[in-house]
Ligand binder design. Structure first.
Ligand code: MSK
Length: 635
């Protein structure tokens, strides 16, 4: 039973304990929810007005139209693009937060933050077409922040968002412009989706889906700016050796788990933890303060600072079941509301920090960038106080932790390649793709989902693709899966990579001073950092003079779950990338929408969705797509 939930051994070790203690977990609630609503699974339930809810009979016997007259195609299309709007809003709100912080730093209003990567700031300014010669860092930062905020303010529909226009290939921009799919303003596009899906508005499924594509591209824009400006403020990822899984918790330390997404909070908590280490020791924690990450905040601090990852999305409750977490500090997105109830079974402080993301039963520390250090000090003090209340008898830390070599953002990958060819860093990568040493590239992204065995599909697919010489990139909770299962190590490369891939990874890793190969899977960051993979792909495409839909590049979200994942998957398709989903999307109640997303998209965009629940078969399908692309390029 347990191993059907997850292949994570730490989860397997703790689930019986949760059961013994009477603690309900995500898997218990999933079981209690069965059977789940078939109408919802097909996407044919409409709750957009109070004449409803309406639902379309998928077997053709009952109603084929809702009370207003909307059919299954309209309902499914409206539902899915509303998910995209939510995903785009989530990522871009995160991005706006970071952009405003950069503006505050530039104007000297946020003493608790600073620009940690001036070189990246200059590179970003150049990318956005801003003149930097003779300008001081604060002035450049201000211009970058204002140009970025323009992507939330521009009212000229014919001028696409700056970040989008600055980061894609010319051919891709032309193709998207031809479909009227280029967003001009993130906020406006999200609003348009909500407006056009109101009762009595857009009923054309193809038109709705195209509106969703525009929303997804707004999501891309928001992710891009969030990632790049976070690098400016907090540092650009560099390779680091760290560890993953619940064994990173320490019995003798104040364990603080940072969980959520936005580094504005977690970075300052990390800074304060260093300053307050002695205080923790005085409270009896011989190991001082131990910061660990969960979900994408975990990925953010992992790739930038090598802070260990406790776990990924689906097992966030398990961290609490160890009885060793003194505080779980959360900001936004992917935080299960159940954590406050489980925290209350122990001594654990669950601390919410954002006024618009609160959980009943949690302690709320109102986080403001203007008072960040003061807020973080309060948070760390709460954790130390909780540590004093910890019951050592209830501490069960599963002895599972894997080494993880992480921190492969674009700059780190290019830097490693430059060790082989300083004048033309992309050449070794392009040559390896051209001569078949690297058969293709796969980006693994996305969440965990109770519909699949946690981590299982990620691991199965990655091993098979690597054996077939596919270079693997990962972000988000997918990256968390690989880190927990030891696939971000040099040993994994030795064990699982096909011979030619191993040769390339060894040559690059050795030249870059890693004393051996690059890890089997390259950790690029959190789910908001998927734009890093696009940056690498665009550089390769531009170098070859082709568009993204010609590259042997695929994406996969084997355990997709969130609305953000729907948005990411859709922009991946819009950029021309064949995109695999390992969970059934809630669209199959409409043959028209299903066809649009899995077939018509290929003609319109070059990218398309592929649904395959079996990970072994999914890997085969991705290999076939890669080979098709290679044939197209004549390599
Ligand atoms: S946290 S969106 S479960 S990747 Fe980014 Fe993980 Fe998916 Fe949340």
């Amino acid at each position: 039973m347990t191993m059907n939930h997850s292949i994570d051994p730490a989860v397997a070790a703790l689930l019986p304990l949760a059961k013994k203690e009477g603690i309900a977990t995500v898997w218990d609630r999933y079981k209690a929810m069965q059977p789940q609503c078939g109408f919802g699974q097909l996407g044919v339930c409409c709750r957009i007005c109070w004449k409803g809810p309406c639902r379309i009979d998928p077997f053709g016997d009952g109603p084929q139209r809702g009370i207003c007259g909307a059919d299954a195609d309209t309902i499914v299309a409206r539902n899915v693009i509303r998910m995209i709007a939510s995903g785009a809003a989530s990522h871009s709100e995160h991005g706006r937060h970071v952009a405003l912080a950069l503006l505050g730093v530039a104007e000297g209003k946020l003493p608790d933050y600073r620009i940690r990567d001036e070189e990246k700031l200059r590179a970003v300014a150049a990318k956005l077409g801003l003149e930097t010669d003779g300008k001081e860092i604060p002035a450049i930062a201000r211009e970058v922040a204002l140009a970025t905020l323009g992507d939330f303010q521009n009212q000229d529909h014919d001028t696409p968002c700056t970040w989008l226009a600055s980061t894609l290939t010319e051919k891709r921009l032309e193709r998207l412009a031809g479909l009227h799919a280029l967003p001009h303003n993130i906020d406006a596009v999200v609003t348009q989706i909500l407006a056009r899906t109101h009762v009595g508005c857009d009923a054309d499924p193809a038109n709705l889906i195209l509106g969703g594509v525009k929303g997804a591209l707004a999501d891309y824009d928001g992710m891009c700016l969030a990632t790049e400006l976070s690098d400016v403020l907090f540092g650009t990822p560099r390779p680091a050796v760290t560890a993953a899984n619940l064994g990173v918790l320490k019995e003798d330390a104040v364990n603080i788990a940072v969980h959520g997404h936005n580094p504005l909070l977690s970075e300052v908590v990390c800074d304060l933890a260093l300053l307050m280490d002695d205080e923790a020791r005085r409270a009896g924690a011989a190991g001082g303060i131990n910061i660990v990450g969960i979900c994408c905040t975990g990925n953010e601090v992992m790739v930038r600072h090598g802070i260990p990852l406790a776990t990924n999305y689906l097992s966030q409750e398990m961290a609490l079941v160890t009885g060793a977490v003194d505080a779980m500090v959360v900001d936004v997105q992917c935080i299960m509301p159940s954590v406050s109830e489980i925290g209350a079974c122990f001594h654990t402080e669950i601390i919410t920090t954002m006024d618009d993301n609160r959980i009943p039963g949690a302690t709320h520390v109102r986080f403001r960038e203007t008072t960040a250090a003061e807020n973080a000090r309060e948070i760390v003090s709460l954790a130390i106080a909780a540590f004093r209340r910890r019951n050592p008898q209830r501490v069960v830390i599963p002895d599972f932790r894997q080494t993880a070599v992480v921190g492969f953002g674009t700059e780190a990958i290019v830097g490693a390649l430059a060790a082989l060819n300083a004048d033309d860093p992309l050449k070794p990568l392009i040559d390896s793709i051209a001569n078949g040493s690297i058969r293709g590239i796969a980006l693994f992204a996305g969440c965990n989902n109770t519909r699949t065995t946690q981590d299982s599909s990620f691991v199965t697919m990655a091993k098979k693709l690597a054996r077939n010489n596919v270079l693997l990139l990962a972000t988000g909770c997918g990256a968390g899966s690989f880190a927990k299962h030891g696939l971000m190590t040099q040993e994994a490369t030795e064990e699982h990579a096909g011979d030619s891939l191993k040769g390339v990874l060894t040559a690059v890793g050795t030249a870059a001073g890693l004393g051996g190969p690059l890890p089997l899977v390259l950790h690029m960051g959190s789910c908001v950092d998927n734009s890093r993979a696009v940056e690498v792909a665009v550089a390769v495409a531009n170098r070859l003079g082709v568009d993204l839909d010609q590259l042997p590049l695929v994406a996969s979200a084997p355990e997709a779950m969130s609305e953000k994942a729907v948005a990411i998957g859709t922009w991946s398709v819009a950029l021309g990338i064949p995109t695999h989903l390992g969970t059934m999307p809630q669209v199959t109640g409409s043959p028209a929408v299903t066809e649009l997303l899995t077939e018509t998209a290929k003609d319109l965009l070059g990218g398309y969705f592929m649904v395959e629940l079996d990970p072994d078969k999914a890997a085969d399908r991705l290999l076939a797509v890669i080979d098709e692309r290679r044939q197209g390029l004549g390599i």
